[in-house]
Design a protein around this ligand. Structure first.
Ligand code: GLC
Length: 649
């Protein structure tokens, strides 16, 4: 609908800023005008009743104009070419790695020198764990930011980051960093001013004079770190107030009901966008809106905020894609892609956290039924959006999928989860895994799991026992887990170190500021002598590295793996085998994964159920030509093995 006064107001702002609306700023102007109504309506939904709402809207428009004016010509060209390409992030040619700069290579200035290693592996997309300033010892791995614009000296300087970005751009690599939207460090200047009693900045946070409201909030808010930071509020003695701290006590939740907070953080988003970032990881978006009487997670207003951010980004930095880091129940994750009018128009990317956890479920049980029952929800992802697929990341593994999925597969949900926790913490007598329980809730016994990919797959235990057979099995498991996540559709995101089999690192136990958080056991400090062994034939590192590289090469060579919502799960003829078909017209790739410790048999009928009967297959992984046999004969998949079968006739 044409809204004369609104358009006039926005137009006037453009005139005041001397935009060349018929010249170099034309595309921006067109995008701004096209999105104005949506921006206004989302903004009004959130801030329409706020006393400073109207002034805030003008500030928002100014933020957009500034962001555009500060966007380098080369980035504007890149925006344009990404737009022409369409959903560039759906490509089968993008593969990522997530890493801590300091633990990977010391500092940002060393990272360009490591790009050849990453390219050799097949990685062309980097997620740098937070590099902006955060106080040592109270940093939550960088997720407690005290200055959103200053690179922490532990990692280097803003100039180093820009040099890295430039180099990556030249190498056609993509970059992702975080915006920690939900909270700041208690040492951020806003928190310092709030603590000193400044009411303007106290309104940037949720601060209360007594326990009355905090108690009411606490009664419905789940605890995130119940062991190390119970409750969701912290007493601040300097101002004699309680501040909301959902995560750690040193992470103060930002108050997004205040439009000034929104504008300041939107400006930060554009600061990152204009550094040339390709994907922005929005940390913990599920938590950004709080309301009494609710869990304060996944609230409708949190989605409106994200949609507002997306609309704004589309106007001033259209090449930037947004990743919503929502590690929540499967049905809730899906909503971060947008619903209703905004279907497919909220975050373009989300973590496939449900699938990740389900793979760990299947690995521990040797049974793929729970994985299958949950797929209905996962498949609801809109076209044009994609997943980050992963087996491990810097965080714990949450078993957050529905009890109903477990029960639909015929298990008792409580007993099943108990088994998984015992299996991965290594307590179960049959378990080769060496991990640990993270954030055990003493009231509910809920817990998540820490541990590196290799240790959870049994490598650490096998090495300790010099058990060759188990060693071999653990490598197979590592590759099985990686392969499924590489081929399921979406961007594979490796976690640094996993490409050469790093096992748990227990040194965190002796470090102040880390010892209470066992997620540090799976955040290795890279020893480049070990990584160099990836070049020596016969070493464990070489086995894992070269197989991982080969998987990525295969993926890159098969456009059918691009995420075009082209995945069909196969009928489960064997409960130990998970299988799906990726197809695009006549191109078909059957991917089958055996999650049990012995060979699995799948009848050839499997390949006759979807479309015209198949006669010949080529297994890209095992490098084998196969002829599809009679319905009662079998394809045999080795213990923890898998096949990537392209239909060739
Ligand atoms: C995200 C991060 C996690 C951090 C939390 C609080 O979930 O991945 O590491 O602890 O946000 O910022």
């Amino acid at each position: 609908m044409y809204q004369y006064s609104l358009h006039n107001r926005v137009n006037e702002a453009c005139v005041k800023n001397k935009l060349a609306t018929g010249g170099k700023d034309q595309l921006f102007y067109a995008r701004l005008m096209a999105n104005t109504a949506a921006i206004r309506s989302l903004y009004t939904e959130l801030y329409g009743h706020h006393p400073r709402g109207e002034a805030g809207f003008d500030a928002l428009v100014q933020t957009l104009i500034n962001a555009h004016l500060q966007r380098a010509a080369v980035l504007q060209e890149k925006d344009h070419s990404k737009e022409k390409q369409g959903h560039w992030f759906l490509s089968n040619e993008i593969a990522g790695m997530s890493l801590y700069v300091d633990r990977f290579c010391g500092g940002l200035d060393n990272l360009p020198g490591k790009l050849p290693y990453l390219k050799e592996l097949g990685v062309n997309f980097l997620h740098l764990m937070p590099v902006f300033q955060s106080p040592e010892g109270e940093s939550d791995g960088g997720y407690a930011v005290s200055d959103f614009r200053k690179v922490d000296e532990r990692f280097g300087t803003l100039d180093d980051l820009q040099k890295l970005q430039l180099r990556m751009q030249q190498e056609q690599m993509h970059l992702m960093i975080d915006i920690v939207l939900n909270h700041t460090s208690q040492h951020h200047e806003w928190a310092i001013k709030a603590r000193a009693g400044d009411p303007v900045y106290q309104d940037y946070f949720y601060m209360y004079e007594n326990r009355s409201l905090p108690d009411q909030f606490d009664s419905t808010m789940p605890e995130i770190f119940p062991e190390s930071s119970p409750g969701s509020f912290t007493y601040v003695k300097e101002c004699n107030k309680w501040v909301m701290t959902v995560f750690h006590q040193y992470q103060w939740d930002l108050n997004y009901t205040n439009p000034a907070v929104f504008n300041a953080m939107l400006d930060t988003i554009f600061f990152y966008a204009n550094l040339g970032v390709d994907i922005l990881r929005i940390d913990a978006p599920a938590f950004i809106w709080k309301q009494l009487g609710t869990t304060c997670q996944n609230l409708p207003q949190a989605h409106s905020l994200l949609r507002l951010i997306r609309q704004c980004v589309q106007v001033a930095a259209p090449g930037l894609a947004l990743l919503g880091e929502a590690i929540v129940a499967p049905k809730e994750i899906m909503k971060y892609f947008g619903t209703g009018l905004y279907y497919g128009k909220e975050c373009e990317v989300a973590y496939n956290a449900t699938q990740m956890a389900l793979q760990w479920d299947a690995l521990a049980t040797g049974d793929t039924r729970v994985m299958l029952t949950a797929q209905h929800d996962i498949l609801q992802k809109p076209y044009g959006c994609t997943w980050i697929n992963y087996t491990r990341c810097h965080d714990d593994i949450g078993l957050g999928y529905e009890d109903a999925s477990i029960e639909a597969a015929g298990f008792n949900a409580y007993g099943h989860r108990k088994y998984l926790k015992e299996y991965y913490s290594g307590v179960h007598p049959d378990s080769p895994a060496m991990g640990a329980l993270f954030s055990v809730n003493p009231k509910t016994q809920d817990a998540r799991i820490s541990g590196s990919l290799a240790s959870l797959c049994g490598l650490e235990k096998a090495m300790e026992a010099y058990d060759e057979k188990e060693l071999e099995m653990s490598v197979r498991k590592i590759l099985l887990m990686q392969a499924q996540s590489f081929f399921i559709g979406g961007i594979p995101m490796l976690f640094y170190g996993d490409e050469v089999g790093y096992t748990n690192d227990y040194s965190y136990l002796n470090e102040e500021g880390k010892s209470y958080d066992n997620r540090w056991m799976h955040r290795p400090v890279i020893n480049w002598d070990k990584n160099e062994r990836a070049k020596e034939s016969g070493t464990l590192e070489q086995k894992i590295f070269s197989a991982t590289r080969r998987l990525l090469q295969i993926r890159k060579s098969l456009p059918v793996v691009a995420d075009h919502k082209n995945l069909t799960w196969l009928t489960p003829h064997n409960i130990h085998v998970a299988g799906f078909l990726r197809s695009d017209g006549k191109k078909k790739l059957y991917c089958l994964f055996n999650f049990q410790a012995k060979a699995a048999y799948v009848t050839w009928y499997t390949f006759k159920e979807h479309g015209p009967a198949v006669t010949r297959l080529y297994d890209h992984w095992n490098e084998q030509k196969l002829t599809v046999g009679s319905d009662y004969e079998y394809l045999v998949i080795a213990a923890y093995g898998f096949c990537l079968l392209e239909v060739v006739g």
